[in-house]
Design a protein around this ligand. Structure first.
Ligand code: NI
Length: 408
């Protein structure tokens, strides 16, 4: 298959892709609050005559192009921003104090819009359906009910979907590069809140109380041995304490310390083990006269890329960006709620280089100076559209459908 005309059309779209991305960048919205973002998405889709449903999982938008033939590939973008104050001095700088698109979701949304535009123009060539999923709330692990992907699935967005592809910009790769990995790519991301309870006393008479700060220190130290002494060396896991809060004055024995943290794992058994052992380690405070409460909240499962779909996407990417630009990337202990879609259907998550080699600034994701090379935008839009066209041409016909079914 030739994708040259698709790339040309994507490059013609580049000024619009930048304009949409910049409009979104100026007005970042947090998880489940993406009203303006969703309105921009729906307005463009309406303009192009693409049917869509809004207010899925609060602020999600779902659109579709192509006939209903029984084969549907979904393309997914996330729309939420982060509570980070932007430090970039750029014309499209965030206009909302304290909020910023520091994870590139503005670019993901713009690229998926671009893909929808490109595919609408080729609708007659599609032997199946492409579904566009603009989801809210990728960045959160809510106490109950799950993040954006989880809620979109609960509202049925995957019920007619056979395969799903998502992409994420990656500032560790130069613009033009596509990162692929079959199998496990990203970790399960859980969080916890551990409250350690002691007994208050005068700081001059610690024996009359139970010092929650000393208990917390012992727990923190003991937790360091979970990964190093309890998990086999061949497995990967991370336990991080992110915050510690306790005490009010230097001469008071503190009766309460609250610790929060995150646990990252790639396998269900290791995940179960760490959750149980975290509680077991915390319980040592009881032997020392204190007590504890542990709230462990499971976030998204690991991102596990389907072998067949990943191989297929890799072949398409070679044709779109050039074989030398498609690389296998290492596993990451980062989390991504795209994993929820993969629990339900075959899916693959792709990285798209967005670092301008001429840019001397560090541009790590989730930092106040994150920014991306907008030359990435037409590439991403073309790549998504090419994957959808190629997949439907391969599997959208009756014979392809049965091959697909027998391979799963
Ligand atoms: Ni992200």
């Amino acid at each position: 298959m030739e994708f040259e005309s698709l790339l040309t059309a994507a490059h013609d779209l580049a000024p619009h892709l930048s304009a949409w991305r910049r409009a979104l960048h100026r007005w970042p919205e947090l998880a489940f609050g993406e009203q303006r973002t969703a309105a921009l998405v729906a307005a463009r889709l309406h303009e192009w005559g693409i049917p869509c449903a809004t207010e899925i999982a609060q602020t999600g938008v779902v659109a579709w192009v192509g006939p209903e033939t029984g084969v549907t590939i979904a393309l997914r973008a996330d729309m939420d921003a982060l509570p980070i104050p932007e430090e970039n001095e750029v014309p499209y700088r965030s206009e909302r104090p304290g909020l910023m698109h520091a994870c590139g979701h503005d670019a993901h949304t713009a690229m998926l819009l671009g893909a929808a535009r490109l595919l609408k123009a080729r609708e007659a060539e599609l032997p199946g359906r492409v579904k566009f999923i603009f989801q809210p709330a990728e960045e959160v692990i809510p106490d109950e009910g799950g993040s954006g992907a989880w809620r979109m699935i609960a509202e049925g967005v995957l019920d007619d979907v056979d395969a799903i592809v998502g992409l994420h910009v990656d500032p560790t790769l130069p613009t033009g590069r596509v990162g692929i990995r079959p199998g496990p790519l990203m970790a399960a991301a859980d969080r916890f809140e551990l409250t350690i309870l002691g007994k208050a006393a005068h700081g001059a008479h610690p024996y009359q109380g139970v010092d929650a700060i000393v208990l917390a220190a012992q727990v923190i130290t003991a937790v360091q041995t979970l990964v190093s002494r309890r998990i086999p060396a061949s497995k990967e896991a991370v336990v991080t304490f992110g915050t510690i809060q306790g005490g009010s004055k230097e001469n008071i024995i503190c009766d309460r310390v609250v610790l929060t943290g995150t646990v990252r794992t790639f396998e269900a058994a290791i995940r179960d083990q760490l959750e149980a052992e975290l509680a077991q380690v915390a319980s040592l405070v009881r032997a020392l006269g204190g007590d504890y409460r542990l709230r462990y909240v499971r976030g998204s499962p690991p991102v596990n890329n389907d072998g067949l779909l990943t191989g297929f996407v890799s072949r398409v990417a070679r044709q779109v960006v050039g074989a030398e630009q498609v690389v296998e990337i290492p596993k990451s202990t980062g989390g991504e709620d795209f994993a929820w879609y993969q629990q339900k259907t075959r899916g693959t998550f792709v990285r798209l280089g967005c670092h301008d080699p001429a840019d001397p600034q560090p541009r790590a994701l989730h930092t106040p100076t994150f920014d991306l090379d907008e030359a990435t935008l037409p590439l991403g839009a073309a790549l998504l559209a090419a994957i959808a066209i190629a997949w439907l041409q391969e599997y959208g016909h009756r014979e392809g459908r049965s091959r697909l079914r027998s391979s799963s």
